[in-house]
Design a protein around this ligand. Structure first.
Ligand SMILES: [Zn+2]
Length: 484
């Protein structure tokens, strides 16, 4: 390489995502899965790891696992085998975690991202495997001491391991959002990063562009939001480049992200890496996963977002941006399609859902399910607007009131006194009043051919009518009055 030429590096990123499964009971015992219960109230001899207690597999958790696997285009294993992953931590009462080592439930899948690769094809990230395991408890550090809450111990998890296919922090961010979007269609998890039901670890290395061999890898933990994942990856890639550029050597290590300082710090190096001494879980027999079961689960899968997006584009002729936005939130897309059944005007209805409905959701930091608004009421409002009973401005005011109180469109419009009354006499009287008032100015200008003056006169009439008129109707009326 010529002196002074800077090596161009390419990041290689792979993500591991842990998803808590929303089953009624835990992975291997009958204790309830519930967030926020009094500490250690949801425990039994099995999840406390008491001697002699025997685990039993939660069928629903396995079924949810299959559901996730199928949605990620994975192969489903023919049998379920669990292994012990041995390590010591205060919130792990048994001294091992029951997981799946060499025979994951799901493997060889892929996730299509809503971005394109260099050849114009949709970017695909491989899903190496997705396996079932149990969650650990929680350590709570306070006032210099540590308390342990084992309510979470034994909660079913699926760990989704993505292939080393992501090439930038932004792609990692898109991968996570796409994965979360697709999982949200399955109804198997809350997917809440705040509650810890969705967690992510990131693996990253860099290599000179064009080189096949992977560089030395860092694993970053403690990433509590997708934004943090992106920031941590950006930081780590820069750090790797700086070390290599200055002739240093990287060592494989596990890092923690410090969001306050916006930097990673070392948790342990490869030399200190834990040897988990995996071995088959002797308390759980392996069992078969009949193909009929897999097919039954497949039959219950909803239409997934990639397919739904194409349908929204083809059938409803929405813009790509609107279609992607709607499909990104299953509940919102369902709301939209329910509304469409009442009014077959896809673009008009989409404009309301993507516009005013979304503005309310953002203002309230709410989901569509939290909003006091039904598709029926939204359509009632659009129909009032179409019928000329409201104008664009008053329709928005009425909409805001509907969301605030849960009233129907007509009720809210009447209460706010916004309905346009088609009283021609009253309207003509106002028009005459305004024409008289501005005879020397705007009216004269309009007569002289200045079209802009008409807008001013419409505005004056609207004011006197307290907004209860349709400006599109007023224009020709005023013009006719002046010219006639
Ligand atoms: Zn239990």
């Amino acid at each position: 390489m010529a002196t002074g030429t800077k090596t161009e590096y390419e990041p290689v990123i792979g993500l591991e995502v842990h998803v808590q499964l929303k089953t009624a009971s835990k992975m291997f015992c009958g204790c309830a899965v519930q967030f926020g219960a009094p500490a250690n109230s949801l425990t039994c001899p099995v999840c406390l790891g008491l001697p002699g207690a025997l685990p039993m597999v939660n069928r629903q958790a396995v079924e949810y696992g299959i559901r996730v696997g199928l949605a990620l285009n994975c192969q489903i294993a023919h049998r379920v085998k669990f292994d012990r992953k041995n390590y010591f931590y205060p919130d792990l009462p048994k001294g091992y975690q029951v997981s799946q080592y060499d025979e994951p439930l799901c493997f060889d899948g892929e996730l299509q991202l809503p971005i394109h690769d260099a050849s114009g094809q949709p970017k695909i990230c491989r899903i190496t495997r997705a396996h079932l395991e149990e969650d650990a408890g929680k350590s709570i550090h306070m006032d210099g001491s540590t308390l342990v809450d084992l309510n979470r111990a034994g909660t079913p998890l699926i760990e989704i391991v993505g292939g080393p296919d992501l090439r930038s922090p932004e792609e990692a961010y898109i991968y996570l959002n796409t994965l979360k979007r697709n999982l949200s269609y399955l109804g198997v998890s809350d997917l809440s990063m705040e509650k810890g039901s969705l967690r992510c670890d990131a693996n990253v290395s860099i290599r000179p562009k064009g080189q096949e061999k992977f560089g030395v890898r860092s694993e970053i933990k403690n990433l509590n939001s997708f934004r943090m994942v992106r920031a941590a990856l950006e930081f780590e890639i820069k750090r790797h480049e700086q070390v290599l550029e200055s002739g240093g050597t990287l060592t494989q290590q596990t890092l923690l992200w410090d969001d306050e300082k916006q930097e990673t710090r070392s948790m342990r190096s490869k030399e200190e890496a834990t040897d988990y001494r995996f071995f088959p879980e002797p308390d759980l027999a392996t069992f078969d996963v009949p193909r009929e079961w897999v097919e039954q689960v497949r039959a219950t899968l909803p239409e997934m977002p990639e397919k739904r997006l194409l349908r929204f584009l083809d059938d409803y002729k929405l813009s790509e941006q609107d279609a992607e936005y709607l499909v990104g939130d299953k509940a919102l897309a369902d709301f939209y399609e329910t509304a469409l059944k009442l009014m077959d005007e896809p673009r008009k209805v989409a404009a309301w859902v993507v516009g005013e409905v979304t503005r309310e959701l953002n203002d309230r930091n709410a989901a569509i399910g939290d909003l006091k608004l039904t598709p029926e009421e939204l359509i009632e409002l659009i129909k009032l607007l179409d019928a000329g009973k409201l104008n664009n401005i008053t329709a928005k005011e009425v909409f805001h009131a509907m969301v605030e109180t849960g009233e129907g469109a007509m009720t809210a419009a009447q209460r706010l006194n916004k309905l346009i009354v088609q009283d021609d006499d009253a309207m003509n009287a106002v028009i005459d009043e305004v024409i008289a008032e501005f005879a020397d100015k705007a009216v004269a200008d309009f007569k002289a051919g200045e079209e802009k003056a008409l807008g001013f006169l419409i505005g004056q009439c609207m004011r006197k009518l307290k907004g209860k008129a349709n400006p599109k109707e007023l224009g020709p009326k005023i013009a006719a009055r002046i010219n006639g």
